[in-house]
Design a protein around this ligand. Structure first.
Ligand code: GTP
Length: 370
């Protein structure tokens, strides 16, 4: 069985982290998210995957090639211009045969794919949409189903009085390729606003598959942080790489941790991390390979990608740092602040309240106290 993963979007809500790295390639717990997804598919018996790429397409080619290093067959197909979610699948239709899984490339889930496929087949469905419950249905597009699971209607961000379900589209589909005869070729076309309403009208069997599996869209800064915290505190099935060197502290390769530093799990450390005297690293925190955490620093709820240098006495709390940033002494990066790649901050800068710093930014001493 084949799968298509949609990975061509611009990831605009996650900027500036997606300026240099397409959203599906950003690290999640120190591993490119897409690599985690592909290995999960391989574990479930799906060895052939079509990647529908567009934005920063070369990043996928460089990292994945034909997939042989993952022992998979990967076809990378680039759209001439963004075609939208259903248009992107139309563009790779020639590679599909038989029932096919389609995935959004930005959804973290441990959905039981086998159970979904059985459900699709039992119902002789042509299009099955995975559904997940949400707490506040007014913020989402809802999917209402009949008692047998057939989709009855779609409700876009309803008023409270109109709410009849708390189930939303969870971004995993199984399709029979013939359903793509309704999608116009060479055009921008979406599942939600295009194909789904059409299939409702034609009456082809379209079913919802509700599941209580873990589900988070990693595409917003807060959910990107939340999903790290969820994984680290054990809210979903997740196999950590590397070895557990202390209670809930995982390390890949080697690290240099000063005996007078404190590391309190859940924490994940990449290869070559250095943690200096007096530093306190409190979980849930992830530190990417090659990062150097200076003396008397304090990190809590932070996600750092590779090769960051954190100056003495700095505080990082509930924040994300991309790659290769140099943070001066006594800086505060807290409360949802996001620093992209290759930034240099002089001492005593203070970044908070979800401020976003673009790649390559230089800040002099005390330039920002936001
Ligand atoms: P935002 O710009 O923040 O909305 O993110 P996004 O561009 O990734 O869009 P969205 O989250 O709605 O997309 C869901 C999934 O579909 C993601 O995995 C995207 O990469 C993918 N996607 C969205 N639009 C396209 C497209 O035009 N072509 C392809 N190939 N994939 C797309």
């Amino acid at each position: 069985m084949k799968a298509v993963i949609l990975v061509g979007g611009q990831g605009s809500r996650l900027r500036p982290l997606t300026c240099n790295t397409p959203k599906p390639m950003i690290p999640l717990v120190n591993q490119p998210f897409l690599e985690w997804m592909l290995l999960r598919l391989r574990d479930q018996g799906i060895n052939e995957v079509v990647l529908a790429v567009q934005y920063l397409a070369d990043r996928f080619r460089d990292a994945l090639g034909d997939g042989s290093h993952l022992e998979m067959k990967i076809h990378i197909v680039e759209e001439p211009e963004p075609r939208g979610t259903a248009g992107a699948v139309k563009n790779v239709e020639h590679l599909l045969d038989g029932s096919t899984f389609i995935f959004n490339g930005d959804v973290m889930t441990d959905l039981d794919l086998r159970a979904m496929l059985d459900y699709h087949r039992e119902n002789k469905s042509k299009l099955t949409i995975s559904l997940t419950p949400v707490e506040d249905p007014t913020q989402f597009g809802l999917v209402e189903t009949e008692s047998d699971g057939r989709v009855r209607r779609f409700l876009e961000k309803p008023r409270e009085v109109d709410i009849t379900t708390n189930l939303i589209n969870a971004g995993t589909y199984i399709i029979e390729p013939e359903i793509f005869r309704y999608v116009p070729p060479d055009q921008f076309y979406m599942f939600e606003r295009g194909l789904f309403p059409v299939v409702l009208q034609t009456g082809d069997p379209m079913f919802g598959f509700p599941s209580r599996a873990y589900w988070t869209d990693i595409g917003k800064p807060q959910t990107y942080l939340d999903v790290h915290h969820d994984i680290l505190i054990g809210k979903m099935n997740y196999r950590f790489r590397g070895k557990e060197i202390a209670n809930r502290v995982w390390l890949e390769g080697d690290a240099d941790i000063h005996p007078q530093a404190q590391v309190v799990g859940p924490v994940v450390l990449g290869h070559g991390v250095k943690i200096a005297r007096g530093a306190r690293v409190i979980g849930p925190t992830v530190i990417g390979a090659g990062s150097q955490i200076g003396p008397d620093t304090s990190l809590e709820g932070a996600v750092l990608w590779e090769n960051n240098q954190i100056g003495e006495g700095s505080v990082l709390r509930n924040c994300v740092l991309g790659r290769a940033n140099q943070i001066g002494e006594h800086c505060h990066i807290i409360d949802g602040a996001i620093v992209s790649d290759g930034c240099r901050f002089g001492p005593e800068n203070r970044l908070e309240r979800s401020i976003r710093i673009w790649p390559g930014t230089t800040l002099n001493e005390r330039a920002i106290s936001f």
